[in-house]
Design a protein around this ligand. Structure first.
Ligand code: ATP
Ligand code: MG
Length: 406
């Protein structure tokens, strides 16, 4: 089973107050699951799906306005990532098969013991995650060792995505002597070349005619190697050509890089346009960056609400950069405001980081005088945790609890 990060967020549709209390009690005693809301009818359930970022919907038949099949389909059309589990008493013949055919992942006949609910939620959700992971591998041509795509994103510019993407890539490369690609998907203003003092006549644009397969020789030609071992794919130098680049093709290029690298770190820009969305959808891990300032938190909250489960599933790690900040917003306050746990924090280190950027070296370089390096190493540990061994290479390690990484 794929390991998740944080408790599974459960939304309950239940008309019977006693049954709802039974579920609340069952889930309250287990910190691997979290009940985000209880509703009593189908319309409210559909309304709440996006706002609560539910990963699992436990739906009782008595609360539906019609048959189970259309209801499950409607839920999944609103929230395709959601795992639907159906409950019911005195179930008519054929109900279970109609639910499952429509896409439900589990069925519980009432009355059921409290522990069965938690087990069913965890198993159904875990199986669904595993299925998605296998589907991603299946889609990857060229073999059983697909690279892990990591998207680094913030809806607010200037909060540190490029710095994090760059140093995370170096930390991953150092961690397991892994092959790591750093891809600049900020096509307009990408500055990975500047951050790592790299120059190249080639860019992502040179791969756009190779969306079905990319030869190793072409990867060697187009990527530019940094002294850390990370290989970077820079943004096009020529700004005029950017509007003509098809975002779908860029996303397919990123997918085609999987057989060539163990990790593919993508630096995104803040705009939530097609390329950003496509990359967020395909990513195995999303590093969602914020700073402890109101404008950054506000943007993040809006985007999380607008994109529903996209930034809420267990691929996503919330990272707070430049903590503690001058505005005095603490980690706890950020977590309460966003309804999500911060997986890692990075301290503010203006002089060290700026100096490293100016010298084109990573903060993790022995020559750098920055102390924040350990935060990026810890973030790399957290990213790798729970991924398939093929991607991790020789570096299979013990699981790292999120709390240890603060
Ligand atoms: N932890 C940190 N401490 C101090 N300064 C930092 C830290 N992280 C990033 N910075 C600085 O903040 C500025 C913006 O960082 P960066 O370019 O990584 O952000 P970005 O989110 O990629 O921005 P853009 O929206 O322009 O792409 C840079 O000058 C960088 O040196
Ligand atoms: Mg940037």
């Amino acid at each position: 089973m794929t390991e998740g990060i944080g408790p599974i967020r459960v939304l309950l549709l239940e008309t019977e107050p006693d049954a709802a209390a039974h579920v609340r009690e069952a889930l309250a005693g287990d910190d691997r699951v979290h009940l985000v809301a209880t509703v009593a009818d189908q319309t409210s359930l559909l309304d709440k799906l996006g706002a609560t970022y539910a990963q699992v919907a436990v739906v009782d038949l008595a609360g539906l306005r019609g048959d189970i099949g259309p209801a499950v389909r409607e839920i999944l059309s609103r929230a395709p990532e959601c795992c639907v589990i159906v409950t019911g008493a005195n179930v008519a013949p054929g109900t279970v098969s109609r639910a499952v055919t429509a896409g439900a992942r589990g069925f519980l006949l009432k009355p059921y013991p409290a522990e069965d609910l938690v087990t069913t939620i965890r198993e159904a959700y875990g199986n669904l995650q595993e299925l998605r992971r296998l589907q991603r591998i299946d889609r990857t041509p060229g073999g059983p060792k697909p690279g892990v795509v990591i998207a680094v994103y913030s809806p607010k510019g200037g909060v540190g995505c490029t710095t994090i993407a760059t140093n995370l890539a170096v930390a991953l490369a150092q961690r397991a002597k892994a092959s790591v690609a750093l891809v600049d998907l900020d096509l307009q203003f990408g500055d990975i070349g500047i951050a790592l003092d790299l120059k190249s006549a080639n860019s992502v644009a040179d791969l756009l005619n190779h969306v079905d397969a990319i030869e190793s020789s072409l990867v060697d030609e187009v990527f530019v190697r940094h002294s850390s071992g990370v290989r970077a794919l820079l943004a096009p130098d020529n700004l005029a050509m950017v509007p003509s680049i098809d975002p779908d093709r860029v996303a397919r290029v990123v997918d085609q890089l999987r057989p060539h690298f163990q990790f593919i770190v993508c630096d995104l820009w803040s705009s939530l346009e097609d390329l950003t969305l496509a990359t967020l959808r395909m990513a195995d891990r999303i590093v969602l960056v914020t700073t402890p300032e109101l404008p950054s938190l506000r943007s993040l909250r809006r985007v999380m609400a607008a994109t529903g489960l996209l930034l809420q599933d267990d691929r996503t790690l919330l990272v707070a950069n430049r903590v503690p900040g001058k505005a005095g917003i603490g980690v706890g306050e950020i977590e309460r405001g966003l309804g999500r746990t911060i997986a890692a924090t990075i301290p503010s280190e203006g002089v060290g980081i700026t100096e490293a950027i100016n010298r084109g070296i990573s903060i993790l370089d022995d020559r750098a005088r920055a102390k924040a390096g350990s935060s990026y190493r810890k973030l790399a540990e957290l990213i790798v945790h729970g991924l398939e061994p093929a991607a991790i290479g020789q570096a299979g390690r013990r699981p790292v609890p999120a709390t240890e990484l603060r």
